[in-house]
Design a protein around this ligand. Structure first.
Ligand code: SAH
Ligand code: SF4
Length: 391
């Protein structure tokens, strides 16, 4: 902490505009926001109150302009505006599917672009948030995995996607209006581009902000983080985020999983399951979602279904079957509806919920695994994809 202002001093001593440009307040945790305000002249004894006020303006009311923060003095607002900004990713384009799904392309610092998907459902709505530009992992069935350029998103860029969607849905509350409990954006899934557990701190901080009761206020049970199986970060996810967990399981033998989800070579099925067994205990016995992409002739046999049931025995679980979504050059095809239903049936009869995920927004390439920002043209060749898939 760099407290430049003496504790006894009440007046602001904010320096002139910083040479490196304004500091973005979005994405800072409460303690970070406090330190930042103090470092730029907010008296320490006022800091707690100022954090509370500014926090509410940003995350509860969706305000982006310090001038609108009417419970702060005019002078203080002006001083804040000299040093700070409230900035979120810029929407480059928005596509709306025939089923109502919205896909946004947003631009972040450095000219990179990521995709964000909003899926409206009966009485609720889910935002699929990205955690990285591209992904360092190379799951052979995933479009994002073919994008070479990768950078972690900052906490501001992650929580900024939620704020952007609330802007577009016009869902910031109006002061004084009665509270409407049905939310258009009621759930978050970290299932966009990237491996969230390879960007742990930023994802954690962004989700803490989204869960904060004096802001966006989403319960931890309405946030689901999907990982391909970064084992060392799973217990930390339980302890430091506490959200629901989904795991990209996708295969029932190490041989096949090595090909589909190459991180399996580092942490195999057994190691992954050991980590998952602990998760419900650490988060108060919640079910883990096992995601399972249905690839024709690769992982979709009755034997696979029976093996899967055996593997997950003893873990509170549901199995989410995802019909494979094709993308340009993808090396697999989708299992037939009958095959998927037969697979689901075996799992269901063993006592696990086995919903089949309905693809949403296929016409705008917004379905699971189809995301890839168009500007990142560097794409692996079909040959490379097939070689990695072991075809
Ligand atoms: N990187 C994380 C989260 C993003 S992917 C992870 O892998 O879990 C969200 C889900 O979509 C994962 O289960 C992923 O395996 C799945 N998926 C990827 N490509 C897909 C495709 N082409 N069709 C269907 N599901 C896919
Ligand atoms: Fe990355 Fe997930 Fe795609 Fe695998 S499935 S390449 S981990 S985004």
């Amino acid at each position: 902490m760099t407290a430049t202002a003496p504790i006894t001093q009440d007046v602001m001593t904010i320096p002139r505009k910083l040479p490196e440009g304004p500091i973005n307040l979005v994405g800072l945790t409460r303690p970070q926001l406090r330190d930042t305000l103090i470092a730029h002249g907010t008296p320490e004894k006022q800091a707690k109150m100022r954090v509370g006020q500014i926090w509410q303006w940003i995350y509860q009311w969706g305000v982006r302009d310090f001038a609108e923060m009417t419970n702060l003095s005019k002078a203080y607002r002006a001083q804040l505006a000299e040093v700070f900004e409230i900035a979120i990713p810029e929407v480059v384009s928005k596509q709306v599917s025939t089923d109502g799904t919205r896909k946004y392309l947003v631009r972040i610092a450095g000219g990179h672009e990521v995709e964000v998907v909003y899926i409206p459902e009966e009485g609720r709505g889910t935002l699929c948030v990205s955690s990285q530009v591209g992904c360092t992992l190379t799951c052979s069935f995933c479009h994002t995995g073919t994008q070479k350029l990768v950078r972690n998103l900052t906490a501001a860029e992650i929580v900024g996607q939620i704020m952007m969607a609330r802007d577009d849905l016009e869902e910031w509350p109006v002061p004084g209006a009665p509270k409407d409990e049905t939310r258009l954006l009621s759930n978050i899934v970290l299932m966009g581009m990237g491996e969230p557990l390879y960007n742990f701190e930023n994802v954690r901080d962004a989700m803490k902000i989204a869960m904060d009761g004096e802001g966006i206020s989403l319960s931890r049970r309405r946030i689901t983080l999907s990982t391909s199986g970064v084992v060392p970060e799973i217990a930390r996810t339980a302890e430091e985020i506490g959200c629901l967990l989904a795991v990209s399981f996708h295969a029932t033998t190490d041989d096949v999983r090595d090909k589909l989800v190459p991180i399996n070579k580092r942490w195999n099925i057994e190691t992954l399951l050991d980590a998952l067994r602990e998760y419900p205990r650490l988060t108060n016995s919640e079910r883990i979602t096992f995601e399972y992409v249905m690839l024709n002739g690769v992982n979709d046999s009755d034997d696979d279904a029976r093996r899967l049931v055996k593997l997950i025995e003893g873990i509170p679980a549901k199995v989410n079957l995802i019909p494979f979504n094709e993308w340009p050059g993808s090396p697999y095809t989708r299992s037939s509806n009958n095959r998927i239903r037969a697979f689901a049936d075996i799992i269901y009869k063993a006592g696990y919920a086995s919903p089949i995920r309905t693809p949403r927004g296929e016409d705008i390439l917004a379905a699971c695994g189809q995301l890839k920002s168009a500007t990142e043209r560097a794409r692996k060749s079909r040959k490379q994809i097939e070689a990695e898939a072991g075809l």
